[in-house]
Design a protein around this ligand. Structure first.
Ligand SMILES: Nc1ncnc2c1ncn2[C@@H]1O[C@H](COP(=O)(O)OP(=O)(O)OP(=O)(O)O)[C@@H](O)[C@H]1O
Ligand SMILES: Cc1ncc(C[n+]2csc(CCOP(=O)(O)O)c2C)c(N)n1
Ligand SMILES: [Mg+2]
Ligand SMILES: [Mg+2]
Ligand SMILES: [Mg+2]
Length: 317
């Protein structure tokens, strides 16, 4: 293709694509050093999370690069949101295939610039490599909580209620549409861009006994809470909030229990699943979908019958 600019070398890329994303943060040392250095912050804990995206596994290879960048940032922000943490800065690893050209790399950086500003985040460091394989991206995101206040997966108590922060299942519908397996009319409200629930971090820290974000699937991620907390969870899929698009899709399905299970195990929702004692749950005001019981694992019911959720969500081999 004529006119397509070829990329500058590694250090040119770091200077042109990534240095502006530091937004002048002194910790990043202008991306000219071996490492970044972060002063400690008395009274706070540094919360650290990392998630990777791989073309063909987490997103369609043809997705606009700016959108992929935003998904990478937002998937990581969702983990910080689940921990009640305030986002601070991030480290980025990009493994570029040769056919991911300069214009695409610029579009990727532009997506990060836009969300870096929207969420007030600075790039602190990273690594730039080439790959004979699919576009592979990884981010390490840092955030702060007041000392000792991070909301954990461990902490759910027998008698607590289980809640979710919003509609479940649009991530799966959206992925089905992008993969050409479902009709476009089932597309949720621009669900390909997760909306990390950072708005909940203060009430979460104050009221929740445990929390996780829903990336693998509601039932799988609830299962992670059960395991870490050494309790059992009972979930009632009649009470699971779903979008209008998901409700319309459900209405076309012959097997309502199986269809609801698809929504509850599909993943990519980036809402939160959390537990709290009944009074705190009322104060949180989020939809209640079940309760914490003695035992282990997740028991799933719909329309009065027990369902077998299988693994409950996405698992990498
Ligand atoms: N390769 C690894 N090395 C070290 N720790 C890991 C590795 N992979 C996962 N973990 C840890 O395992 C735990 C669960 O990770 P997982 O990726 O399932 O969580 P998540 O980010 O909430 O889910 P998702 O990846 O679906 O968004 C986390 O504590 C994570 O740091
Ligand atoms: C192209 C394409 N194929 C499949 C899916 C579905 N998917 C892949 S990984 C994952 C869970 C989170 O992953 P991780 O645990 O690695 O964070 C989900 C729901 C998708 N979104 N795009
Ligand atoms: Mg992860
Ligand atoms: Mg995650
Ligand atoms: Mg998570």
């Amino acid at each position: 293709m004529s006119g397509a600019e070829s990329p500058p070398d590694e250090f040119g890329q770091i200077a042109r694509l990534f240095r502006p994303l530091t937004r002048g943060a002194p910790e990043a040392l202008d991306l000219l050093d071996d490492a970044a250095v972060i002063p400690s912050r008395p009274g706070f804990d540094l919360v650290v999370t990392k998630d990777a995206l791989v073309a063909g596994v987490h997103f369609q290879p043809g997705e606009p690069p700016g959108r992929t960048a935003q998904r990478l940032l937002r998937a990581n922000l969702s983990d910080l949101a689940a921990k009640g943490a305030e986002p601070y800065g991030y480290f980025l690893m990009t493994a570029w295939p040769a056919d991911f050209g300069w214009a695409q790399r610029e579009a990727f950086a532009e997506g990060l610039r836009a969300d870096g500003e929207a969420f007030n985040l600075c790039l602190l460091g990273g690594d730039t490599v080439s790959i004979k394989g699919p576009l592979t991206l990884s981010m390490t995101l840092l955030g702060w909580t007041p000392s000792g206040a991070m909301v954990r997966r461990a902490g759910a108590q027998v008698g607590d209620l289980v809640m979710v922060s919003g509609a479940i299942g649009d991530g799966w519908l959206d992925w089905g549409v992008a993969a050409g397996q479902l009709d476009r009319r089932w597309l949720g409200a621009d669900h390909r861009l997760p909306n990390p629930r950072l708005d909940l971090r203060e009430p979460l820290r104050r009221l929740a006994t445990s929390a996780a974000d829903v990336s693998d699937g509601l039932i799988a991620d609830a299962g992670h809470i059960a395991r870490a907390s050494k309790v059992g969870l009972r979930l009632d899929l009649d009470r699971m909030p779903i979008s209008d698009a998901a409700a319309a899709w459900l209405a076309t399905q012959a097997d309502p229990a199986g269809a609801r299970l698809r929504l509850a195990t599909g993943g990519d929702d980036y809402e939160l699943v959390l537990t709290a004692p009944p009074a705190a749950a009322q104060a949180l005001g989020l939809p209640v979908i079940g309760e914490v019981v003695a035992g282990e694992g997740v028991e799933v019911r719909f329309a009065g019958a027990r369902l077998d959720p299988g693994p409950g969500g996405w698992r990498h081999a």
